[in-house]
Ligand binder design. Structure first.
Ligand SMILES: Cc1cc2nc3c(=O)[nH]c(=O)nc-3n(C[C@H](O)[C@H](O)[C@H](O)COP(=O)(O)O)c2cc1C
Length: 263
Protein backbone atom coordinates (compact mmCIF):
# COMPACT_ATOMS: atom_id res chain seq x y z
CA UNK A 1 0.00 0.00 0.00
CA UNK A 2 1.30 3.44 -0.91
CA UNK A 3 2.13 5.54 2.14
CA UNK A 4 1.05 8.69 0.33
CA UNK A 5 -2.34 7.18 -0.63
CA UNK A 6 -5.72 8.16 0.88
CA UNK A 7 -6.51 4.63 2.08
CA UNK A 8 -3.24 4.41 4.00
CA UNK A 9 -3.92 7.77 5.67
CA UNK A 10 -7.44 6.70 6.71
CA UNK A 11 -6.30 3.33 8.05
CA UNK A 12 -3.36 4.90 9.88
CA UNK A 13 -5.64 7.51 11.50
CA UNK A 14 -8.18 4.85 12.53
CA UNK A 15 -5.38 2.73 14.00
CA UNK A 16 -4.01 5.61 16.10
CA UNK A 17 -7.54 6.51 17.29
CA UNK A 18 -8.23 2.90 18.25
CA UNK A 19 -5.02 2.57 20.26
CA UNK A 20 -5.62 5.91 22.02
CA UNK A 21 -9.22 5.05 22.95
CA UNK A 22 -8.13 1.70 24.40
CA UNK A 23 -5.45 3.49 26.47
CA UNK A 24 -7.82 6.22 27.72
CA UNK A 25 -10.68 3.86 28.62
CA UNK A 26 -8.22 1.43 30.21
CA UNK A 27 -6.85 4.24 32.38
CA UNK A 28 -10.38 5.39 33.33
CA UNK A 29 -11.43 1.87 34.37
CA UNK A 30 -8.11 1.11 36.06
CA UNK A 31 -8.14 4.33 38.10
CA UNK A 32 -11.81 4.23 39.07
CA UNK A 33 -11.24 2.57 42.43
CA UNK A 34 -8.48 4.99 43.27
CA UNK A 35 -10.72 7.92 42.31
CA UNK A 36 -13.47 6.64 44.61
CA UNK A 37 -10.96 6.14 47.44
CA UNK A 38 -9.64 9.67 46.93
CA UNK A 39 -13.15 11.10 46.97
CA UNK A 40 -13.91 9.34 50.26
CA UNK A 41 -10.62 10.54 51.72
CA UNK A 42 -11.34 14.10 50.67
CA UNK A 43 -14.76 13.93 52.31
CA UNK A 44 -13.23 12.55 55.50
CA UNK A 45 -10.62 15.33 55.51
CA UNK A 46 -13.35 18.00 55.31
CA UNK A 47 -15.30 16.37 58.13
CA UNK A 48 -12.22 16.27 60.36
CA UNK A 49 -11.29 19.86 59.48
CA UNK A 50 -14.74 21.30 60.24
CA UNK A 51 -14.72 19.69 63.69
CA UNK A 52 -11.26 21.05 64.44
CA UNK A 53 -9.78 17.55 64.76
CA UNK A 54 -7.20 18.47 62.14
CA UNK A 55 -5.96 21.96 61.39
CA UNK A 56 -7.29 23.59 58.27
CA UNK A 57 -4.51 23.77 55.75
CA UNK A 58 -2.72 20.86 57.44
CA UNK A 59 -1.76 17.98 55.20
CA UNK A 60 -2.14 14.78 57.20
CA UNK A 61 -1.39 11.55 55.39
CA UNK A 62 -4.17 9.29 54.15
CA UNK A 63 -3.47 6.74 56.86
CA UNK A 64 -3.58 9.43 59.60
CA UNK A 65 -6.98 10.60 58.32
CA UNK A 66 -8.33 7.04 58.22
CA UNK A 67 -7.00 6.40 61.72
CA UNK A 68 -8.63 9.48 63.27
CA UNK A 69 -11.82 8.79 61.33
CA UNK A 70 -12.02 5.21 62.54
CA UNK A 71 -11.28 6.22 66.10
CA UNK A 72 -13.59 9.23 66.45
CA UNK A 73 -16.20 9.34 63.68
CA UNK A 74 -19.38 7.34 63.17
CA UNK A 75 -21.03 7.94 59.79
CA UNK A 76 -24.78 7.39 59.84
CA UNK A 77 -27.46 7.44 57.17
CA UNK A 78 -30.65 9.01 58.50
CA UNK A 79 -34.20 9.34 57.26
CA UNK A 80 -34.55 13.11 56.83
CA UNK A 81 -38.31 13.24 57.40
CA UNK A 82 -38.36 11.23 60.63
CA UNK A 83 -34.86 12.01 61.87
CA UNK A 84 -34.34 8.32 62.67
CA UNK A 85 -31.23 6.36 61.73
CA UNK A 86 -31.77 4.22 58.64
CA UNK A 87 -29.55 1.22 59.23
CA UNK A 88 -30.77 -0.48 56.05
CA UNK A 89 -28.67 1.95 53.96
CA UNK A 90 -25.03 1.21 53.24
CA UNK A 91 -23.01 4.08 54.73
CA UNK A 92 -19.91 3.19 52.69
CA UNK A 93 -21.60 3.61 49.33
CA UNK A 94 -24.36 6.11 50.11
CA UNK A 95 -24.03 9.24 47.98
CA UNK A 96 -26.38 11.97 49.16
CA UNK A 97 -25.87 14.19 46.14
CA UNK A 98 -26.70 11.34 43.79
CA UNK A 99 -29.70 10.37 45.94
CA UNK A 100 -31.03 13.94 45.70
CA UNK A 101 -30.98 13.78 41.89
CA UNK A 102 -32.68 10.41 41.57
CA UNK A 103 -36.51 10.62 41.53
CA UNK A 104 -36.60 7.14 43.11
CA UNK A 105 -34.73 8.35 46.21
CA UNK A 106 -35.83 11.98 46.45
CA UNK A 107 -38.85 14.26 46.32
CA UNK A 108 -39.30 17.84 45.13
CA UNK A 109 -38.34 20.20 47.95
CA UNK A 110 -40.93 22.72 49.16
CA UNK A 111 -40.19 26.21 47.87
CA UNK A 112 -37.24 27.62 49.77
CA UNK A 113 -34.82 30.55 49.70
CA UNK A 114 -31.79 28.25 49.50
CA UNK A 115 -33.13 27.05 46.15
CA UNK A 116 -32.77 23.42 47.12
CA UNK A 117 -34.78 21.70 44.41
CA UNK A 118 -34.96 18.08 45.56
CA UNK A 119 -34.81 16.49 48.98
CA UNK A 120 -33.19 13.09 49.32
CA UNK A 121 -35.09 10.62 51.47
CA UNK A 122 -31.83 9.89 53.29
CA UNK A 123 -28.88 11.99 54.36
CA UNK A 124 -25.38 11.17 55.58
CA UNK A 125 -24.39 12.68 58.93
CA UNK A 126 -21.31 12.19 61.08
CA UNK A 127 -21.28 11.75 64.83
CA UNK A 128 -18.00 12.63 66.50
CA UNK A 129 -17.22 10.62 69.61
CA UNK A 130 -15.65 12.17 72.69
CA UNK A 131 -11.97 11.32 72.85
CA UNK A 132 -11.52 7.94 74.52
CA UNK A 133 -15.26 7.20 74.62
CA UNK A 134 -17.31 4.70 72.62
CA UNK A 135 -20.75 6.17 73.39
CA UNK A 136 -20.46 9.86 74.26
CA UNK A 137 -21.05 12.15 71.30
CA UNK A 138 -19.10 15.40 71.19
CA UNK A 139 -20.19 16.91 67.85
CA UNK A 140 -22.56 16.34 64.94
CA UNK A 141 -21.52 17.13 61.37
CA UNK A 142 -24.24 17.92 58.84
CA UNK A 143 -23.85 18.30 55.08
CA UNK A 144 -25.37 21.58 53.83
CA UNK A 145 -25.88 23.02 50.38
CA UNK A 146 -27.70 25.87 48.70
CA UNK A 147 -27.49 28.59 46.11
CA UNK A 148 -25.05 31.46 46.48
CA UNK A 149 -24.91 34.08 43.74
CA UNK A 150 -23.51 32.03 40.86
CA UNK A 151 -23.40 28.51 42.13
CA UNK A 152 -24.48 25.90 44.61
CA UNK A 153 -22.33 26.01 47.74
CA UNK A 154 -21.56 22.62 49.28
CA UNK A 155 -20.28 22.43 52.82
CA UNK A 156 -20.42 20.97 56.29
CA UNK A 157 -21.68 22.46 59.54
CA UNK A 158 -20.36 21.05 62.81
CA UNK A 159 -22.60 21.44 65.85
CA UNK A 160 -21.81 20.75 69.47
CA UNK A 161 -23.72 17.90 71.11
CA UNK A 162 -26.10 20.56 72.48
CA UNK A 163 -27.22 20.77 68.78
CA UNK A 164 -27.02 24.56 68.71
CA UNK A 165 -23.47 25.74 69.43
CA UNK A 166 -21.59 25.91 66.15
CA UNK A 167 -18.19 24.24 66.25
CA UNK A 168 -17.24 24.94 62.64
CA UNK A 169 -18.34 25.52 59.08
CA UNK A 170 -16.63 24.76 55.80
CA UNK A 171 -17.49 25.13 52.13
CA UNK A 172 -15.54 22.70 50.01
CA UNK A 173 -17.14 23.27 46.62
CA UNK A 174 -18.66 26.35 44.99
CA UNK A 175 -18.35 28.55 41.93
CA UNK A 176 -18.49 31.99 43.59
CA UNK A 177 -16.10 34.73 42.52
CA UNK A 178 -12.62 34.47 44.08
CA UNK A 179 -12.07 37.43 46.43
CA UNK A 180 -15.84 38.12 46.71
CA UNK A 181 -18.26 35.24 47.33
CA UNK A 182 -15.30 32.87 47.15
CA UNK A 183 -14.28 34.19 50.58
CA UNK A 184 -16.70 31.64 52.07
CA UNK A 185 -13.71 29.34 52.18
CA UNK A 186 -11.36 31.90 53.73
CA UNK A 187 -10.20 30.53 57.13
CA UNK A 188 -10.32 34.05 58.59
CA UNK A 189 -14.05 34.17 57.88
CA UNK A 190 -14.86 30.59 58.88
CA UNK A 191 -13.00 31.25 62.17
CA UNK A 192 -15.79 33.71 63.06
CA UNK A 193 -18.34 30.88 63.33
CA UNK A 194 -17.36 28.69 66.31
CA UNK A 195 -19.34 29.58 69.43
CA UNK A 196 -22.31 31.09 67.55
CA UNK A 197 -25.74 29.60 68.15
CA UNK A 198 -27.59 27.94 65.29
CA UNK A 199 -31.01 28.13 66.99
CA UNK A 200 -32.94 30.61 69.11
CA UNK A 201 -34.60 29.73 72.42
CA UNK A 202 -37.65 28.30 70.61
CA UNK A 203 -35.38 26.01 68.56
CA UNK A 204 -35.98 27.96 65.36
CA UNK A 205 -32.97 28.37 63.01
CA UNK A 206 -31.55 31.78 63.89
CA UNK A 207 -27.94 32.07 62.78
CA UNK A 208 -27.38 34.43 59.88
CA UNK A 209 -24.71 36.33 58.06
CA UNK A 210 -25.29 40.07 58.46
CA UNK A 211 -24.20 42.95 56.27
CA UNK A 212 -21.20 44.48 57.99
CA UNK A 213 -19.65 43.42 61.25
CA UNK A 214 -21.25 41.30 63.96
CA UNK A 215 -20.31 41.27 67.63
CA UNK A 216 -18.45 38.40 69.27
CA UNK A 217 -20.12 35.02 69.84
CA UNK A 218 -21.01 35.86 73.44
CA UNK A 219 -22.84 39.15 72.88
CA UNK A 220 -24.08 38.48 69.32
CA UNK A 221 -24.50 34.69 69.08
CA UNK A 222 -26.81 34.55 66.06
CA UNK A 223 -24.90 36.87 63.73
CA UNK A 224 -21.73 36.45 61.67
CA UNK A 225 -19.82 39.17 59.76
CA UNK A 226 -20.91 39.58 56.14
CA UNK A 227 -18.48 38.96 53.31
CA UNK A 228 -17.57 42.39 52.07
CA UNK A 229 -18.71 43.05 48.49
CA UNK A 230 -20.54 39.73 48.51
CA UNK A 231 -23.88 40.30 50.16
CA UNK A 232 -25.61 37.89 47.79
CA UNK A 233 -23.33 34.95 48.61
CA UNK A 234 -23.62 35.87 52.31
CA UNK A 235 -27.40 35.77 52.00
CA UNK A 236 -27.08 32.39 50.30
CA UNK A 237 -25.20 31.06 53.35
CA UNK A 238 -27.94 32.36 55.66
CA UNK A 239 -30.62 30.78 53.48
CA UNK A 240 -28.99 27.39 53.18
CA UNK A 241 -28.43 27.16 56.93
CA UNK A 242 -32.03 28.18 57.61
CA UNK A 243 -33.18 25.44 55.26
CA UNK A 244 -31.00 22.59 56.54
CA UNK A 245 -31.52 23.46 60.20
CA UNK A 246 -35.28 23.65 59.64
CA UNK A 247 -38.10 21.12 59.57
CA UNK A 248 -37.44 20.03 55.98
CA UNK A 249 -33.75 19.51 56.68
CA UNK A 250 -32.09 18.21 59.83
CA UNK A 251 -34.63 19.69 62.27
CA UNK A 252 -36.28 16.31 63.02
CA UNK A 253 -32.89 14.59 63.44
CA UNK A 254 -31.55 17.26 65.80
CA UNK A 255 -34.86 17.16 67.70
CA UNK A 256 -34.41 13.40 68.19
CA UNK A 257 -30.91 13.95 69.57
CA UNK A 258 -32.24 16.50 72.06
CA UNK A 259 -35.02 14.09 73.06
CA UNK A 260 -32.46 11.37 73.73
CA UNK A 261 -30.43 13.80 75.81
CA UNK A 262 -33.58 14.79 77.69
CA UNK A 263 -33.11 18.48 76.96
C1 LIG B 1 -17.74 40.16 38.19
C2 LIG B 1 -18.52 40.21 39.47
C3 LIG B 1 -18.52 39.12 40.29
C4 LIG B 1 -19.24 39.14 41.48
N1 LIG B 1 -19.24 38.04 42.27
C5 LIG B 1 -19.98 38.06 43.41
C6 LIG B 1 -20.04 36.90 44.25
O1 LIG B 1 -19.42 35.85 44.03
N2 LIG B 1 -20.84 36.99 45.35
C7 LIG B 1 -21.55 38.11 45.67
O2 LIG B 1 -22.28 38.10 46.66
N3 LIG B 1 -21.46 39.21 44.91
C8 LIG B 1 -20.70 39.22 43.80
N4 LIG B 1 -20.64 40.33 43.04
C9 LIG B 1 -21.25 41.56 43.52
C10 LIG B 1 -22.77 41.52 43.42
O3 LIG B 1 -23.18 41.79 42.12
C11 LIG B 1 -23.36 42.54 44.38
O4 LIG B 1 -22.94 43.81 43.97
C12 LIG B 1 -22.86 42.31 45.78
O5 LIG B 1 -23.22 41.03 46.22
C13 LIG B 1 -23.48 43.33 46.74
O6 LIG B 1 -22.73 43.20 47.93
P1 LIG B 1 -22.36 44.47 48.84
O7 LIG B 1 -23.68 45.09 49.18
O8 LIG B 1 -21.65 43.91 50.04
O9 LIG B 1 -21.49 45.35 48.01
C14 LIG B 1 -19.95 40.30 41.84
C15 LIG B 1 -19.93 41.40 41.01
C16 LIG B 1 -19.22 41.38 39.83
C17 LIG B 1 -19.22 42.58 38.94
Amino acid sequence: MRREGTLYTILFTCGVCGICSVLVSGAAVGLKERQIANRILERQTHVLAVTGMIDRGAHPTASQIREIFQDRVVAKVIDLATGEFDDSADVATFDQRRAAKDPATSTPAPENDARVLRLPKNALVYLIREKGSRDEIEQIVLPVEGMGLWSILYGYLALDKDTTTIRGITFYEHGETPGLGGEVENPTWTAKWPGRKAFDNAWQPAVRVVKGVAGGPEEDPHHVDGLSGATLTSRGVTNLLAFWLGDNGFGPFLGKIREQQGS
